[in-house]
Design a protein around this ligand. Structure first.
Ligand code: ADP
Ligand code: MG
Length: 238
Protein backbone atom coordinates (compact mmCIF):
# COMPACT_ATOMS: atom_id res chain seq x y z
CA UNK A 1 0.00 0.00 0.00
CA UNK A 2 1.11 3.52 -0.72
CA UNK A 3 2.15 5.15 2.51
CA UNK A 4 1.79 8.85 1.76
CA UNK A 5 -0.63 10.16 -0.79
CA UNK A 6 -1.11 13.84 -1.62
CA UNK A 7 -4.11 14.68 -3.82
CA UNK A 8 -4.65 18.17 -5.16
CA UNK A 9 -2.66 19.65 -2.28
CA UNK A 10 -2.17 23.41 -2.53
CA UNK A 11 -1.08 26.21 -0.26
CA UNK A 12 -1.60 29.95 -0.23
CA UNK A 13 -0.31 32.45 2.28
CA UNK A 14 -2.89 35.22 2.10
CA UNK A 15 -3.40 35.86 -1.60
CA UNK A 16 -0.03 34.38 -2.57
CA UNK A 17 -0.16 30.81 -3.88
CA UNK A 18 3.11 29.04 -3.04
CA UNK A 19 2.06 25.43 -3.83
CA UNK A 20 -0.11 24.82 -6.89
CA UNK A 21 -2.53 21.86 -6.60
CA UNK A 22 -0.30 18.79 -6.87
CA UNK A 23 -0.52 15.01 -6.60
CA UNK A 24 2.29 12.93 -5.16
CA UNK A 25 2.49 9.34 -3.95
CA UNK A 26 5.36 8.15 -1.80
CA UNK A 27 5.44 4.36 -1.63
CA UNK A 28 6.19 2.32 1.47
CA UNK A 29 9.93 2.18 2.13
CA UNK A 30 10.77 4.83 -0.44
CA UNK A 31 13.43 7.47 0.00
CA UNK A 32 11.74 10.36 -1.76
CA UNK A 33 13.87 13.47 -2.15
CA UNK A 34 12.30 16.84 -2.91
CA UNK A 35 14.70 19.23 -4.62
CA UNK A 36 14.33 22.70 -6.04
CA UNK A 37 15.69 26.21 -5.66
CA UNK A 38 15.31 28.25 -2.51
CA UNK A 39 11.75 29.55 -2.08
CA UNK A 40 10.10 27.01 -4.43
CA UNK A 41 7.95 25.58 -1.62
CA UNK A 42 9.88 22.51 -0.40
CA UNK A 43 9.56 23.27 3.31
CA UNK A 44 5.93 24.28 2.96
CA UNK A 45 5.12 20.99 1.25
CA UNK A 46 6.90 18.98 3.96
CA UNK A 47 5.30 21.01 6.76
CA UNK A 48 1.86 20.25 5.33
CA UNK A 49 2.65 16.52 5.44
CA UNK A 50 3.85 16.97 9.02
CA UNK A 51 0.71 18.90 9.96
CA UNK A 52 2.72 21.97 10.97
CA UNK A 53 1.00 23.91 8.19
CA UNK A 54 -2.64 23.55 7.10
CA UNK A 55 -3.41 22.79 3.46
CA UNK A 56 -5.35 25.37 1.45
CA UNK A 57 -6.80 22.60 -0.70
CA UNK A 58 -6.58 18.88 -1.27
CA UNK A 59 -6.03 15.88 1.00
CA UNK A 60 -3.13 14.00 2.57
CA UNK A 61 -3.47 10.32 3.45
CA UNK A 62 -0.98 8.13 5.28
CA UNK A 63 -1.45 4.37 5.15
CA UNK A 64 -4.90 4.90 3.68
CA UNK A 65 -6.03 7.17 6.52
CA UNK A 66 -6.96 10.78 5.73
CA UNK A 67 -4.76 12.87 8.05
CA UNK A 68 -5.50 16.25 6.47
CA UNK A 69 -7.23 17.64 9.58
CA UNK A 70 -5.16 15.75 12.14
CA UNK A 71 -2.67 17.11 14.64
CA UNK A 72 1.03 16.48 13.90
CA UNK A 73 1.24 13.95 16.76
CA UNK A 74 -1.65 11.92 15.33
CA UNK A 75 -0.17 11.42 11.86
CA UNK A 76 2.53 8.83 12.48
CA UNK A 77 5.20 11.14 11.09
CA UNK A 78 8.32 12.62 12.68
CA UNK A 79 10.37 15.52 11.37
CA UNK A 80 14.06 16.43 11.53
CA UNK A 81 14.66 20.16 11.15
CA UNK A 82 17.54 22.05 9.58
CA UNK A 83 18.22 23.77 12.90
CA UNK A 84 17.86 20.51 14.92
CA UNK A 85 15.45 22.27 17.34
CA UNK A 86 16.87 20.54 20.43
CA UNK A 87 15.93 21.73 23.92
CA UNK A 88 19.12 23.40 25.20
CA UNK A 89 18.37 22.86 28.91
CA UNK A 90 17.70 19.15 28.50
CA UNK A 91 20.22 16.31 28.28
CA UNK A 92 20.47 14.15 25.16
CA UNK A 93 18.49 11.47 26.98
CA UNK A 94 15.74 13.94 27.89
CA UNK A 95 15.66 15.42 24.39
CA UNK A 96 15.16 11.97 22.92
CA UNK A 97 12.63 10.92 25.52
CA UNK A 98 10.51 14.09 25.67
CA UNK A 99 8.23 13.34 22.72
CA UNK A 100 7.58 9.86 24.09
CA UNK A 101 6.72 11.33 27.48
CA UNK A 102 4.24 13.71 25.84
CA UNK A 103 2.73 10.71 24.05
CA UNK A 104 2.24 8.98 27.41
CA UNK A 105 4.82 6.22 26.98
CA UNK A 106 5.81 4.84 30.41
CA UNK A 107 9.28 5.62 31.75
CA UNK A 108 10.65 2.07 31.62
CA UNK A 109 9.64 1.76 27.97
CA UNK A 110 11.05 5.22 27.14
CA UNK A 111 14.41 4.22 28.56
CA UNK A 112 14.55 1.10 26.41
CA UNK A 113 13.61 3.02 23.25
CA UNK A 114 16.14 5.80 23.93
CA UNK A 115 18.88 3.27 24.66
CA UNK A 116 18.17 1.44 21.42
CA UNK A 117 18.17 4.62 19.32
CA UNK A 118 21.36 5.80 21.05
CA UNK A 119 23.05 2.52 20.10
CA UNK A 120 21.93 2.86 16.47
CA UNK A 121 23.28 6.42 16.32
CA UNK A 122 26.44 5.89 18.41
CA UNK A 123 25.23 8.29 21.07
CA UNK A 124 25.46 5.95 24.07
CA UNK A 125 28.38 7.86 25.62
CA UNK A 126 26.66 11.22 25.25
CA UNK A 127 23.25 10.61 26.82
CA UNK A 128 23.93 12.81 29.87
CA UNK A 129 25.37 15.74 27.93
CA UNK A 130 23.56 18.93 27.00
CA UNK A 131 23.28 19.87 23.29
CA UNK A 132 25.89 22.63 23.64
CA UNK A 133 28.45 20.01 24.71
CA UNK A 134 28.02 18.16 21.40
CA UNK A 135 29.47 18.59 17.92
CA UNK A 136 27.20 19.55 15.01
CA UNK A 137 27.06 15.98 13.79
CA UNK A 138 26.19 14.66 17.24
CA UNK A 139 23.41 17.23 17.59
CA UNK A 140 22.02 16.13 14.27
CA UNK A 141 22.13 12.51 15.46
CA UNK A 142 20.14 13.49 18.56
CA UNK A 143 17.56 15.18 16.32
CA UNK A 144 17.33 11.98 14.28
CA UNK A 145 17.24 9.89 17.47
CA UNK A 146 14.25 11.86 18.64
CA UNK A 147 12.37 10.75 15.55
CA UNK A 148 13.55 7.11 15.63
CA UNK A 149 12.21 6.52 19.15
CA UNK A 150 8.73 7.44 17.93
CA UNK A 151 8.88 4.66 15.31
CA UNK A 152 7.09 6.85 12.75
CA UNK A 153 5.53 5.54 9.56
CA UNK A 154 7.18 8.39 7.68
CA UNK A 155 10.38 10.31 8.45
CA UNK A 156 10.43 13.91 7.23
CA UNK A 157 13.78 15.68 6.80
CA UNK A 158 14.07 19.37 5.97
CA UNK A 159 17.63 20.08 4.78
CA UNK A 160 19.04 18.22 7.80
CA UNK A 161 22.68 18.52 6.76
CA UNK A 162 22.88 22.09 5.55
CA UNK A 163 24.41 23.40 8.80
CA UNK A 164 27.24 20.87 8.78
CA UNK A 165 30.66 21.27 7.20
CA UNK A 166 31.38 19.44 3.95
CA UNK A 167 33.18 16.46 5.48
CA UNK A 168 30.53 15.84 8.11
CA UNK A 169 27.83 16.24 5.50
CA UNK A 170 29.24 13.31 3.56
CA UNK A 171 29.51 11.20 6.69
CA UNK A 172 25.96 12.00 7.84
CA UNK A 173 24.65 11.35 4.35
CA UNK A 174 26.06 7.82 4.53
CA UNK A 175 24.57 7.37 7.99
CA UNK A 176 21.12 8.46 6.83
CA UNK A 177 21.34 6.06 3.89
CA UNK A 178 22.29 3.27 6.31
CA UNK A 179 19.42 4.19 8.61
CA UNK A 180 17.01 3.97 5.70
CA UNK A 181 18.31 0.51 4.83
CA UNK A 182 18.25 -0.74 8.42
CA UNK A 183 14.85 0.65 9.42
CA UNK A 184 13.23 0.00 6.03
CA UNK A 185 11.42 3.26 6.77
CA UNK A 186 9.68 5.65 4.41
CA UNK A 187 11.55 8.92 4.13
CA UNK A 188 10.67 12.25 2.54
CA UNK A 189 13.79 14.36 2.40
CA UNK A 190 14.08 17.98 1.33
CA UNK A 191 17.37 19.37 0.07
CA UNK A 192 18.71 21.84 -2.44
CA UNK A 193 21.89 19.77 -2.77
CA UNK A 194 21.93 17.78 -6.03
CA UNK A 195 24.56 15.33 -4.76
CA UNK A 196 22.47 14.46 -1.72
CA UNK A 197 19.45 14.01 -3.95
CA UNK A 198 21.23 11.80 -6.48
CA UNK A 199 22.91 9.58 -3.88
CA UNK A 200 20.08 9.16 -1.35
CA UNK A 201 16.90 9.04 -3.41
CA UNK A 202 14.93 6.11 -4.69
CA UNK A 203 12.95 8.82 -6.51
CA UNK A 204 13.34 12.57 -6.81
CA UNK A 205 10.66 15.26 -7.07
CA UNK A 206 11.86 18.41 -8.82
CA UNK A 207 9.87 21.39 -7.55
CA UNK A 208 9.86 24.82 -9.15
CA UNK A 209 7.66 27.75 -8.11
CA UNK A 210 5.27 25.43 -6.28
CA UNK A 211 4.86 23.06 -9.22
CA UNK A 212 6.22 19.57 -9.80
CA UNK A 213 8.44 19.66 -12.88
CA UNK A 214 9.24 15.93 -12.87
CA UNK A 215 9.22 12.86 -10.62
CA UNK A 216 11.55 9.96 -11.32
CA UNK A 217 14.50 7.87 -10.24
CA UNK A 218 17.85 9.67 -10.15
CA UNK A 219 18.81 7.79 -13.29
CA UNK A 220 15.60 8.75 -15.13
CA UNK A 221 16.03 12.42 -14.30
CA UNK A 222 19.67 12.34 -15.28
CA UNK A 223 19.31 10.51 -18.56
CA UNK A 224 15.84 11.65 -19.58
CA UNK A 225 14.96 15.06 -18.10
CA UNK A 226 11.57 16.44 -19.19
CA UNK A 227 12.91 19.95 -19.67
CA UNK A 228 15.96 22.16 -19.42
CA UNK A 229 15.11 23.19 -15.87
CA UNK A 230 15.30 19.59 -14.65
CA UNK A 231 18.41 18.99 -16.74
CA UNK A 232 20.05 22.09 -15.32
CA UNK A 233 19.09 21.25 -11.80
CA UNK A 234 20.12 17.61 -11.85
CA UNK A 235 23.22 18.49 -13.78
CA UNK A 236 23.09 16.16 -16.77
CA UNK A 237 24.94 17.31 -19.88
CA UNK A 238 22.46 18.76 -22.39
P1 ADP B 1 11.83 26.43 0.28
O1 ADP B 1 11.78 25.56 1.47
O2 ADP B 1 11.78 25.70 -1.02
O3 ADP B 1 13.00 27.37 0.30
P2 ADP B 1 9.43 27.59 1.43
O4 ADP B 1 8.46 26.49 1.45
O5 ADP B 1 10.11 27.92 2.72
O6 ADP B 1 10.52 27.34 0.28
O7 ADP B 1 8.72 28.91 0.92
C1 ADP B 1 7.95 28.93 -0.27
C2 ADP B 1 7.37 30.32 -0.42
O8 ADP B 1 6.39 30.53 0.60
C3 ADP B 1 8.38 31.44 -0.28
O9 ADP B 1 8.05 32.45 -1.17
C4 ADP B 1 8.18 31.89 1.14
O10 ADP B 1 8.53 33.25 1.30
C5 ADP B 1 6.69 31.68 1.37
N1 ADP B 1 6.35 31.39 2.75
C6 ADP B 1 6.77 30.35 3.48
N2 ADP B 1 6.23 30.35 4.71
C7 ADP B 1 5.45 31.46 4.76
C8 ADP B 1 4.61 32.04 5.77
N3 ADP B 1 4.45 31.46 6.97
N4 ADP B 1 3.94 33.18 5.46
C9 ADP B 1 4.06 33.74 4.24
N5 ADP B 1 4.82 33.26 3.25
C10 ADP B 1 5.52 32.12 3.50
MG1 MG C 1 13.09 25.34 3.08
Amino acid sequence: MAVTELKGVSKSFGSVRVIEPLDLTVESGEFMVIVGPSGCGKSTLLRMVAGLETVSGGTIAIDGVDVTGKEPSERGVAMVFQTYALYPHMSVRENMSFGLEMAGVPKSEREILVQKAAATLQLEDYLDRKPKQLSGGQRQRVAIGRTIVRDPKVFLFDEPLSNLDAELRVQMRLEIAKLHRELGATMIYVTHDQVEAMTLATRIVVLRDGRIEQVGTPNELYTDPDNTFVAGFIGSPQ
